[in-house]
Design a protein around this ligand. Structure first.
Ligand SMILES: Cc1cc2nc3c(=O)[nH]c(=O)nc-3n(C[C@H](O)[C@H](O)[C@H](O)COP(=O)(O)OP(=O)(O)OC[C@H]3O[C@@H](n4cnc5c(N)ncnc54)[C@H](O)[C@@H]3O)c2cc1C
Length: 431
């Protein structure tokens, strides 16, 4: 009997628990540990921050949904991990494991800039449910006395889509309230150009995003490093000062402290290095999925930024890890697999939306991808809402990737995972 421990019950951890339960016979024990009592569908948090969605609608009580699928659920925080002893520490006990799947998502580096908030500064964030609620309270106060808005990302950030969504949704909301004419919106980003997205841009993302922002009179300052934030102004490293009444600035991400403190487990930023199988290169019992995994940028940028890890890639990593653990346990036969790292992403801008497809996410050294595609239309907004409902329903009933979704994705050339070839990689994986 093996004990598989999953740390974190977000977009990576909860589906990983379900997929492992689906693949492994019940004499193998699966435990899911989460420091939050609820699962949250993070991609909908920009809506929550602007009061366009209730948090309840995108959360599920883990203690209600997880145990009925034959998975033990523990609501606690992991405070330490010893990958040599196969052991984690919770608030008042330790747990041993045979395999651990690290799915903690990011720790927000709010200390990256003086004045970066919300708890320790003056700006809002929408990166976790608590922050989205604080952002919404601040937004409601702001609507009583509106003024300039600054939306953007700090140097070192990796997730830029939500900044574009937030700026354009704020525009849409203010226009509907008849307030837009009284308010300037500025988007500040460390990306070399708006629409780079941390992946060197794709298809016409540069022109599409720029045109959408220009059409909606959102001023763009790109290739810009925020140096500090005061209660009413964002300061840039080049000396410019952007006054605001409301600011939402995405922080850089890093791996959680308990991972950073485990010798040789992570890189300097706390991200977990992985082989193509998503197993740790040194610690055989450690796998990782989602934002906490290490993904190196292909090209350096004038202001350092990271690579985004979007929801679909996280699901690909989940399928990969569950398959490869089942293979390791001898429960299934076949070859190890790896994620394709194809990414499809919907962004809602209120009266329209944009769909991005990058296959794979990162281009090769010559800047080429197999496919890259962007399109826009109000149907993308509807699709994003429909996808939220579909994903929440899947998590409620304990599905990861039902057969019809797999077939549908394969039909449009998005197989999610692939066998690991060539042979040399197989040898590396088997050690
Ligand atoms: C604002 C925002 C908008 C986004 N929009 C999109 C989008 O539109 N489309 C898209 O594809 N992707 C989007 N993404 C990216 C997507 O949300 C991530 O790819 C996905 O959430 C990654 O899943 P994860 O499991 O790594 O992290 P999460 O979903 O964040 O889950 C991690 C969980 O682990 C828990 N945890 C952390 N530390 C511990 C600990 N020590 N012990 C126990 N539990 C712990 C956390 O509390 C959390 O519940 C967005 C991201 C953000 C921040």
């Amino acid at each position: 009997m093996a004990h598989i421990l999953i740390v974190g019950a977000g977009l990576g951890g909860l589906p990983a628990a379900y997929e492992l339960r689906h693949l492994l016979p019940h004499h193998h024990q699966i435990t899911l540990v989460s420091n939050q009592p609820k699962f949250t569908f993070v991609p909908s948090l920009p809506w929550v921050g602007l009061g366009l969605r209730s948090l309840d609608r995108i959360q599920l009580e883990l203690a209600k949904i997880v145990p009925r699928h034959g998975i033990e659920f523990i609501h606690d925080s992991i405070t330490a991990i010893d990958p040599r002893l196969h052991q984690v520490t919770l608030s008042n006990r330790t747990l041993d494991y045979d395999y651990v799947v690290i799915a903690t998502g990011p720790e927000l580096a709010l200390d990256a800039l003086p004045g970066l908030g919300p708890e320790t500064g003056y700006t809002q964030s929408i990166c976790n449910p608590h922050h989205a609620l604080l952002a919404r309270e601040a937004w409601e106060r702001y609507l009583q006395d509106p003024g300039a808005i600054v939306v953007g990302a700090a140097p070192g950030a990796s997730c830029f889509g939500p900044a574009y969504e937030f700026a354009l949704l704020a525009h849409h909301t203010l226009r509907r309230k008849g307030l837009r004419d009284r308010v300037a919106i500025t988007l500040v980003t460390p990306e070399p150009y708006a629409g780079h997205l941390g992946i060197g841009g794709m298809a016409n993302s540069r022109w599409l995003i720029r045109a959408m922002l220009a059409d909606r009179h959102v001023d763009v300052i790109d290739n810009a490093a925020i140096s500090q934030i005061e209660p009413d102004a964002v300061h840039l490293a080049d000396g410019r000062k952007l006054p605001f009444k409301y600011a939402m600035i995405l922080p850089p991400f890093r791996g959680p402290r308990f991972l950073r403190e485990a010798p040789r487990l992570t890189d300097a930023k706390g991200f977990v290095p992985v082989l193509p199988t998503y197993r740790h290169p040194e610690f055989d019992s450690v796998y990782a999925v989602g934002v906490v995994t290490q993904l190196k940028p292909v090209e350096p940028t004038p202001i350092p930024i990271g690579v985004p890890k979007v929801g679909q890639m996280t699901e690909e990593m989940v399928m990969t890890v569950a398959h490869n653990i089942a293979l390791d346990l001898g429960v299934i036969s076949g070859q190890p697999i790896k994620p394709t790292l194809q990414a499809i992403c919907f962004a809602d801008f209120g009266d329209t939306g944009a769909l991005f497809l990058a296959d794979p996410l990162l281009p090769d050294s010559e800047g080429h991808r197999r496919r890259a595609f962007t399109t826009k239309g109000v149907w993308v907004s509807w699709a994003k809402t429909a996808f939220e409902k579909y994903f929440m329903d899947k998590m409620r009933v304990g599905w990861t990737m039902p057969w019809f979704e797999r077939i549908g994705l394969r039909a449009i050339g998005l197989p999610l995972v692939e066998s690991i070839v060539p042979e040399s990689e197989l040898i590396q994986v088997k050690g």
